[in-house]
Design a protein around this ligand. Structure first.
Ligand code: SAM
Ligand code: SF4
Length: 335
């Protein structure tokens, strides 16, 4: 009997079905955001990175076994040469109805070039990371970025028909003053905005504690200025949403450090080198690249084994209340 004659869903040891794959297509990036990587980042050797064909092959196996949503991320997914061929290959699963959604998380610098192609391939939603609307601060945070290019990217994406959610990493200081502008900007343009708590992933040379802004604190301040109505909406993911009465738009909070959302977790993450991580908050991963050599049956067996040991919850905060740091950078797995 062929190994996957009756594709059984992927279910972890706690009964949670895995229906969402986040696929990091590269660890490289054209920016160097201070919370994500150091200025002199050492990227992985190109020889260790999966080919786009290998990524499509592994993604196909996930889809065959019940994954309904794939998010491409990175590093910056749009800097990977030829990435649109992968988007197009995966888009065929959307066409066939085997995949509900193919989406992308991007810093937006190359969106104006790719927006139409993404839409044509079947992408309907993109998350764009934007922490400030101030060009100088944008350059400071990203070290290399040009805010205008990202704003052009947003315009191009909306013109192409893509729905956009903005992601902003919260931090102490200027961000607290600017967040109102971000809310207005996003909601005036019909975009959701999600605020993310900074996670201690990888050594970035940044003083994480000094910059860390707990979202419960920011939320308390926002409550003084805005009317925030909680929404029941759950994406099966970590964000909790409110409706901002004054703008009518949606605002999300992702609080990996101060709140646990693991009971609903439906996702696994594949790094650009083919490491499958059942949980972002743990180091444990298995090597699908090695399994590829032995064929799809071995890849599937490794996928099932990895999912079976998906931890019940992540541990970003130790028993002493201090943040637990992981050596892996955010750009390796893409959040
Ligand atoms: N380059 C793309 C981008 O910036 O959207 C995709 C990859 S990036 C690693 C994915 C998301 O992770 C971005 O929204 C980014 O702001 C966020 N991020 C990066 N480092 C983070 C950290 N240490 N804590 C929380 N979020 C982080
Ligand atoms: Fe690049 Fe995204 Fe990391 Fe910024 S957050 S350095 S854009 S991967």
């Amino acid at each position: 009997m062929p190994f996957d004659a009756s594709p059984a869903p992927l279910i972890d040891g706690f009964g949670r079905p895995v229906t969402y794959l986040r696929l990091s297509v590269t660890d490289r990036c054209d920016l160097r955001c201070r919370y994500c990587m150091p200025e002199r980042m050492t990227f992985l050797p190109k020889k260790d990175i999966l080919s786009l064909e290998e990524m499509a092959r592994i993604a196909g196996l996930f889809i065959r076994h019940g994954v309904r949503k794939i998010r491409l991320t990175g590093g910056e997914p749009l800097v990977r040469k030829g990435v649109m061929s992968l988007v197009e290959a995966l888009g065929q699963h959307v066409d066939s109805g085997d995949l509900d959604e193919l989406c992308l998380t991007t810093n937006g610098t190359l969106l104006s070039r790719h927006a139409e192609g993404l839409f044509a391939a079947g992408v309907r939603r993109v998350n764009v990371s934007l922490d400030t609307l101030d060009a100088a601060r944008f350059r400071y945070i990203t070290r290399l970025g040009d805010l205008d290019r990202v704003l052009e990217g947003l315009d191009a994406a909306q013109a192409a028909g893509l729905k956009i959610k903005l992601n902003a990493v919260a931090s102490r200081g200027a961000f607290e003053e600017e967040v109102d502008d971000l809310i207005r900007f996003a909601h005036e343009r019909g975009m959701d905005l999600t605020l993310i708590e900074e996670m201690p992933l990888g050594d970035t040379g940044r003083d994480r504690d000094a910059n860390f802004l707990p979202l419960w604190q920011l939320r308390r301040d926002l409550d003084r200025r805005w009317t925030l109505d909680p929404l029941a909406l759950s994406t099966g993911g970590p964000a909790r949403f409110v409706r901002v009465q004054e703008t009518g738009g949606r605002l999300g909070f992702i609080t990996p450090m101060s709140c646990n959302f693991c009971a609903l977790c439906n996702r696994v993450r594949l790094s650009a080198t083919g490491k499958l991580y059942p949980c972002m908050g743990h180091e444990g991963a298995s090597d699908l690249r090695a399994a590829l050599i032995d064929g799809d049956a071995e890849v599937l067996r490794t996928i099932r084994q990895t999912i079976a040991r998906k931890p019940e919850r992540h541990d970003m905060v130790g028993q002493d209340g201090q943040a637990l740091a992981l050596s892996r950078h955010m750009s390796e797995l893409g959040g």
